[in-house]
Design a protein around this ligand. Sequence first.
Ligand code: 5AD
Ligand code: SF4
Length: 428
Amino acid sequence: MNVHESEKLAGMLVSLGYTKTEDMKFADVIVFNTCSIRDGVDQKIMGNIGATKKLKKNKPSLVIAVCGCMTQADGASEKVSEKFPFVDIIFGTHNIHLFKEYLLKHKDSKKKIRDVWEKEKGIFETVEMLRDNLFSNAWVNINYGCNNFCSYCIVPYVRGRERSRSPEDIIVEVKGLINDGYKYITLLGQNVNSYGNDFEDKSINFAYLLKTLNELEGDFRLKFMTSHPKDLSEDLIKVIAEGDKISKYIHLPIQSGNNKVLREMNRKYTREHYLCLIDMIRKYMPDAYISTDIIVGFPGETEDEFLDTKDIIEKVRYDGVFAFMYSRRKGTVADKMENQVDEDTKKDRIHRLLQVSKSITKDKNKELVGKKLNVIAVKNTEDGFETMSDSGKTIFVENTDLNVNNFYTVEITRFTKNKLFATLTKGE
Ligand code: 5AD
Ligand code: SF4
C-alpha cells in the first residue's frame, strides 16, 4: 500500500515537471511517505528525516515533505514539526491526493503547511502515477481502510474505515494497464475479501471482481493481497481456482496458531477454521502457493501458546513466512494489556520460528523438482535467464534465451543451497 502510494506521490511530482533522482544531494523535493506498522520502522524514519537537515541547510530551496501512516497517528504530526522544524509540508493518509496543491502553495507562499485530516472522506481517484516497472507488476487499489481492529494493529486508526472503489473505476484502470503492457496486476486492500461490503448491491463482491477481471482480454495475470481468513469463502476459493488468469498464490496471515491468542488479537477465527481453509485451498488448487504473517510475543503469549504457532507452520508447510516480533502501538487495545512479553523472549521465539520455516522452504524447493511453473522473464544472468514465478520465487532458466516480460512455462530441474534452476517447456 505504502509503495503504491509513493508511486502516486511521484506521479504528481512528474506532472509538475520533476524527475526522479537516486541521490538525495540532487533533490529539489524529498517526500518521506512513512509507515508505522511497527516501532522499528518509526525509529528508522525519524533518523532519516533528521539526516536531511544538513541538505536543507546547504540548499535552502529544498522542499521536505512528510506524510503517510506515521503522520496520521494522533499527535504525531505535531511531534514531527516540533522535532524537525525544517520540514515544509506535513500531511496524512486521507489527503495524499492534495500533495501537488500543497507543494505549489508552499512554493508560492514559502509558508509551512501542516494538514492532517482527522477522518477519511470517501475515495479520491488519483490519475497521476509513476509506476515502478519492476517485473511489470502494477498495483491497483480496490479497497482502502480496515474495519477489523485486530488488537495489536494501528492500521484502522491511521487508514480509516473500509471503502471500496467502484468496479467500473477498477476495470478502467486494469484495462489501461493491460494496454500499457503490464503483465502482473496486483489488487490491493488491507482485506481484499471484504471488497464491496460497503456497497448496497451485494452481488458486487471480491469474487465478482476477480471473475470480471479474469474475463478481460490480454496476456496478464492477476494477483491480490491481503486475504483475511475470517472472510475467505469456499466460493471465492473456487473462483481463484477456476480463473485461468488468476495466480494461485494466496497470502493468508494467521498471526498466531493458538486460539486464546487469536481471540485476544480479535482475529475472529480459530486455528481449526484456518486449517480447514488451507485444506480447502489445497483441495481446489493442489499446487497453490501459500504464505503467511506471524506475530510472536503478543501480550501474554506463553511458551506453549507459541509452540502452537510453530506447530501450525509445521502442519501447513508454507511457501513463505513473514514473522514479526510484536510491537506496541499507541492507541491500540493490546498496548494497554499488562502482560507484555520481554524483548529477549520475542527474539528467541522469532529465531526459532524462522529456523523451522527456513528448513521447510528448503524441503519444499526439493519437492519442486519435476514440477511445472508459470514464470515471467526478468533478465539474463550468469546463472541462466532469471525469471519470477507467480508466488515471487526466483528461478533460473538454463540454456535458453527468453524475451523479457513474457510468460513461460518451465520445469524445475534442480536446486542448490539458495537457487532454483529450470528448463523451458513451452515458449510463448
Ligand atoms: N507488531 C508486530 N507486527 C505487526 N503487524 C501488524 N501490526 C503489528 C504489530 N503491532 C504485522 C501483522 C500484519 C503485517 C502486515 O504486520 O503480521 O499481517
Ligand atoms: Fe491490521 Fe487486522 Fe486490519 Fe490487517 S485486518 S490491517 S492486521 S486491523
